[in-house]
Design a protein around this ligand. Structure first.
Ligand code: HEM
Length: 168
């Protein structure tokens, strides 16, 4: 069956499409898991669990983002957001657009940082993982990657609300 114009509807009862809803809910699951992974390594020194959790989180996010990007390329989001009071007009774009650009700055830099932090950790920590010469750099860049992800999620939710919830 062909999807309807604009892609499949989501399941949260808003104007958003299926993959938008999947990603918004996935983000609510990712943050506590990420927090748990950092807590485990920081306060419990469970290095192998931290490694496993980061690899699983990174893998799941990569799959979700791939499907999400495919849906955005195929169907876009603008038709679904047009009813928002923040959409604006062709000559005067609304608040939605600057919010989207801010979100994109965080989301693109997060994707790059996660790949770099993960690849460097896999290359430079021993197996099984233990603190070592790579620790200082990993902790510094890892913390930045975590806060970048938090900013990505928060700005993503703000955009979702402005585009697909407000005005309904
Ligand atoms: C995107 C992926 C990752 C992020 C964002 C991340 C983040 C972090 C952060 C923030 C800390 C410091 C916690 C603190 O004390 O405040 C840390 C510690 C650590 N991480 Fe990761 N990590 C990632 C992937 C990995 C991977 C794949 C490995 C193993 C190959 C790993 C091994 C370690 C180890 C051994 C420590 C302890 C360092 C020490 O305290 O000396 N991490 N990580």
């Amino acid at each position: 069956m062909d999807p309807p114009a604009g892609g499949f509807d989501g399941f949260l009862g808003t104007r958003a499409s299926l993959m938008l809803d999947v990603v918004v809910v996935a983000m609510a699951i990712v943050l506590p898991l990420l927090g748990t992974s950092i807590w485990l390594v920081r306060y419990r020194r469970r290095f192998a669990w931290h490694k496993r959790m980061q690899l699983v989180l990174g893998g799941l996010l990569a799959v979700a983002v791939t499907f999400f990007e495919l849906e955005m390329r195929l169907h876009g989001w603008q038709a679904r957001a047009a009813a928002s009071p923040y959409y604006g007009t062709a000559s005067e774009p609304g608040l939605l657009f600057p919010v989207l650009y801010i979100h994109l700055i965080f989301s693109v830099s997060t994707a790059v940082l996660w790949i770099v932090v993960t690849v460097r950790a896999l290359r430079n920590f021993p197996r099984p993982p233990q603190p070592g010469r790579h620790s200082d750099a990993h902790v510094r860049w890892g913390r930045l990657a975590v806060w970048d992800m938090v900013a990505t999620v928060v700005t993503g939710w703000v955009f979702y609300y402005l585009a697909f919830v407000a005005g309904s």
